[in-house]
Ligand binder design. Structure first.
Ligand SMILES: Nc1ncnc2c1ncn2[C@@H]1O[C@H](COP(=O)(O)OP(=O)(O)OP(=O)(O)O)[C@@H](O)[C@H]1O
Length: 885
């Protein structure tokens, strides 16, 4: 700028000249916008002074007002031309020997030179004050920055605790919600059951009512039947009674008839006896008559007797006793009065006739009696038959009666049972109605409880959504803070890890080459290396002592892994001498889960966090690729049927695995296998496969030395359904091949070639990093496959819109399907990525030289700033295509 001004014509001093106080103005603005005070009045004055010095020829008249003119304390400003003019000024003396004029001119010149020196001193003083001020400002800014850092940490802790609390709240709310849901379901179930039972009870009630009606009708019919049966029974009883009365009458008649019959029999017997006696008497009397016909007088008497007798006869002839008595008396009389009977013979004959008549009468009577008797007997027989019939009919009627009784009893019992049944049914109906009422009440209660629960669920859901939105907000804030902190820490960070002594290391050496400072400032961050008695100190972001466990190391990088899920490109690589523990740090020790390295732990965290973020609406898709760079050749470690080192060569012979560019300037590796993964187990399986395929061999320094750079890439694509946000993060985990000195390794042949390739690529890596740090225009990424790949490690799909196609096809053969697609890559090292370098160091004194080289390299990397990380987020576009970061 100064030279530019020098070329301008002196006629326009306002353009060509500038005040020295103004020159650093731009600079000052750059430093901190703190303006130096410009004394315009003083400047004008000095210009006037100069015009005086220059004889008023060079400078135009000042346009501004002149302040403090003539003041001794004012300082005149000088331009470069002024100074040069002053220095080149020659004395204009006409007379060489006019010493007075000469001395005057010289004094004037000295005066102006003094003014110039004074002005320079003042400018310098201004610079010093400005510098001090700037220093103060810088200190203040640093202090502010530190305060901010502390504040950020405190805020982060606070937010972490809030997030945890919210997480706990969410969990408890979710539990509560689940419980409420469960209760609600129970209530709904019981409500449905109650409803069902109510319906069943109603159905039962209806059927019971119908049955009751039927039974009532049956009952009415049965009652009518009973009534009619009762009537019939009564009638039958009456009939029975009448039959019994008739029977008893008949029996009494039979009895009376039997009595009469007996009496008649007795009378008959007596009459028969009398008759026989009378016959005897008659015979004797006939004899007597024959003999005593003589006596006529007797006839008279007999006739008298006969007359008397006849007179009496109508009264007595019906009396058998009289007849008997009369006959006997008569016979006795006749007998006793035999002597006198002749007299009365006639009368006797008359009497005899009368008796004959009487006998005839008696016979008639007897016949009559006999007839009566026969009649009576027939009557008795008829009665007996009737009785018999009656008895039979009585028996029948009894049977009928019994039947009737039985039937009545049956009917009564049926009636009773039906009454009982009706009673029971009525009871059941009452119960059912009560139950119905109860179930109605409980249904109402359940409904009320259900409504309450619904309200509380709604409230809980609202609270849950509030809590969720708070969590989302908190999560956003956490991410922001987390990434601000990471950015403040620097986007390339260096961790140093010292491995423990191994059995193969030099033992018995008294000198410990690696030590760790214990001062508060360097604790956990410093490492001292002693070489040839000289202690060299290094400071990194973190230094892990040999005793540090894998878990301790992972804790320190877990936040970086989280960044990959938040949509950042993250690159973690292990650098160091061969056998210093790079593979152990990245992969861990196979077969010992507690010694697993950062890669498996990172994947576990990624998948665990994915699970947690799912609750916030995030859905992630992950893709994995693994490759190695061996002797400047890319090898696909997930290529199909790749089981061993040699096999891979044959298998992948046809594959290009070339890093290419497309028309958009994107770079991709062709033919690389990408596998969709859904769990850390799947990735572990792939890692095992890759480990088996890696180029490993025994060296003097390491039993199992990795002869290649191993690049593990996990591409994370996240979509938040609720916020329509998308993130694309990349996690690159790289186990570099170990650096080694050719002299020390003693490699020859293929091993020598390997070692040379490794060393070349590592030196290219350091070149790239330092070029980035220096912000050079040209970054020599292309000097090695490793740097070219690190520049382009963010694997994305080559063809927009192919993602869905790939997902579909990979899902079909999910697991270990190999798909040969071109994949795009974006800058990883530098650009907008977050990079962490592990420098692995061996404590072995024989490796001190190598360790020093590694630490120096790491220290230089630590001092670099290689870009500002940028998060790859998008709002989902309508065609749901994932954007490429
Ligand atoms: N922190 C550690 N704790 C226990 N053992 C370790 C640790 N670091 C490394 N080792 C052991 O040291 C040996 C060499 O480690 P490793 O193979 O990881 O080195 P490397 O740097 O990967 O070597 P190379 O570059 O040759 O592959 C292994 O046997 C490993 O188990």
């Amino acid at each position: 700028m100064a030279s530019k001004n020098q070329n301008k014509p002196p006629s326009s001093p306002s353009h060509s000249k500038y005040s020295i106080g103004e020159v650093p103005l731009d600079k000052r603005r750059r430093i901190g916008n703190t303006k130096m005070p410009l004394n315009t009045g003083t400047r004008m004055q000095s210009r006037q002074a100069f015009s005086v010095v220059n004889g008023g020829q060079d400078l135009p008249p000042t346009s501004g007002p002149s302040n403090n003119s003539g003041s001794e304390s004012t300082v005149t400003e000088f331009t470069k031309e002024d100074v040069e003019a002053l220095l080149n000024e020659k004395l204009r003396i006409k007379n060489k020997f006019n010493y007075k004029e000469k001395s005057e001119q010289m004094a004037d010149c000295i005066k102006r030179l003094k003014q110039c020196v004074k002005w320079f001193q003042q400018v310098e003083g201004n610079y010093v004050t400005e510098q001090d001020k700037l220093k103060n400002v810088l200190e203040l800014a640093e202090k502010k920055c530190n305060d901010m850092d502390l504040l950020m940490k405190a805020k982060e802790d606070e937010f972490n605790s809030i997030i945890m609390e919210m997480g706990n709240n969410l969990e408890s709310l979710q539990e509560k919600f689940a419980k409420e849901e469960h209760d609600k379901n129970d209530a709904l179930d019981s409500f449905a059951r109650e409803k069902e039972s109510r319906l069943a009870a109603e159905r039962l009630q209806a059927s019971l009512s119908e049955e009751l009606k039927r039974t009532q009708i049956d009952n009415a019919g049965a009652n009518q039947k009973i009534q009619s049966l009762n009537d019939m029974y009564k009638r039958l009883q009456e009939y029975n009674t009448s039959l019994q009365q008739y029977n008893s009458k008949l029996q009494s008649d039979v009895h009376a008839t039997n009595e009469t019959l007996k009496r008649v029999e007795t009378e008959k017997a007596a009459v028969v006896e009398n008759l026989s006696t009378l016959r005897g008497h008659y015979t004797s009397l006939q004899e007597q008559l024959t003999s005593s016909r003589v006596s006529a007088e007797l006839s008279f008497d007999i006739s008298t007797i006969h007359t008397n007798f006849s007179r009496l006869w109508p009264d007595l002839r019906c009396n058998p006793a009289f007849l008997f008595f009369f006959g006997g008396s008569l016979i006795a009389l006749l007998y006793h009065e035999n002597i006198f009977s002749l007299t009365y013979l006639h009368e006797a004959l008359k009497q005899k006739e009368a008796l004959g008549i009487e006998v005839a009468c008696l016979r008639g009577d007897l016949q009559q009696v006999r007839d009566d008797r026969d009649h009576q007997l027939s009557q008795v027989k008829a009665l007996s038959a009737e009785v018999e019939i009656y008895r039979e009919s009585t028996g029948k009627s009894a049977a009928m009666l019994d039947n009737l009784h039985l039937k009545t009893n049956e009917l009564e019992s049926t009636c009773l049972s039906q009454s009982e049944k009706i009673r029971r049914l009525q009871e059941q109906l009452g119960f059912a109605e009560k139950k119905l009422q109860l179930s109605d009440m409980s249904a109402t209660e359940t409904r009320a409880v259900f409504e309450e629960q619904k309200a509380s669920i709604l409230e809980l859901q609202n609270r849950l959504s509030d809590a969720e939105s708070k969590i989302v907000e908190g999560e956003k804030l956490r991410k922001k803070l987390h990434n601000t902190i990471l950015e403040l820490k620097g986007n390339i960070r260096v961790f140093c890890r010292v491995r423990p002594f191994l059995s193969d290391d030099e033992v018995g050496t008294d000198t410990k080459v690696v030590s760790f400072p214990t001062s508060t400032e360097s604790l956990g961050r410093g490492i001292d290396l002693t070489q040839n008695g000289q202690k060299l100190s290094f400071t990194f972001d973190k230094v892990f002592v040999p005793e540090a466990a894998q878990e301790d190391v992972f804790v320190e990088i877990s936040q970086l892994v989280q960044s990959a899920l938040d949509g950042y490109k993250v690159c973690i690589f292990a650098y160091g001498q061969t056998g210093s523990g790079k593979t152990y740090t990245m992969m861990g020790k196979p077969g010992t889960p507690h010694q697993k390295g950062l890669i498996p732990r990172s994947l576990e965290q990624v998948f665990e966090t994915r699970q947690i973020l799912q609750a916030q609406g995030w859905k992630y898709e992950m893709q994995v690729s693994m490759l190695e760079i061996y002797n400047e050749t890319i090898r696909d470690l997930l290529a199909p049927n790749r089981s061993g080192f040699d096999a891979s060569r044959a298998e992948n012979a046809g594959k290009q695995y070339a890093i290419k560019h497309d028309a958009n300037g994107n770079t991709y590796v062709s033919d690389l296998t990408i596998v969709d993964v859904r769990s850390s187990k799947e990735v572990s399986y792939l890692l095992d496969r890759a480990a088996q395929s890696r180029s490993v061999s025994k060296t003097q320094m390491n039993e199992q030395s990795s002869r290649s750079h191993f690049v593990f890439t996990l591409r994370i694509m996240g979509v938040n359904e609720s916020t329509d946000q998308q993130v694309q993060g990349v996690l690159n985990l790289i186990d570099l091949a170990g650096s080694e000195r050719l002299s020390k390794s003693g490699s020859t042949g293929d091993r020598l070639k390997e070692t040379q390739a490794i060393n070349k690529s590592l030196s290219s890596l350091s070149d790239v990093i330092f070029s980035l740090a220096k912000k050079e225009e040209h970054i020599p990424y292309r000097n090695s496959k490793l740097t070219y790949l690190l520049q382009v490690t963010d694997i994305t799909l080559g063809l927009p819109g192919n993602y869905n196609k790939l997902s579909e096809s990979t899902c079909l053969f999910h697991g270990c399907l190999n798909i040969f697609f071109p994949y795009l890559f974006q800058p990883c090292l530098g650009g907008d990525s977050k990079t962490l370098m592990f420098v692995n160091v061996s404590p072995d004194p024989s490796s001190v030289g190598e360790s020093l080289c590694s630490l120096r390299f790491a220290a230089r990397v630590n001092a670099c700033e290689i870009g500002v990380p940028r998060r790859q987020t998008n709002l989902r576009s309508s065609d749901s295509r994932l954007s490429i970061g």
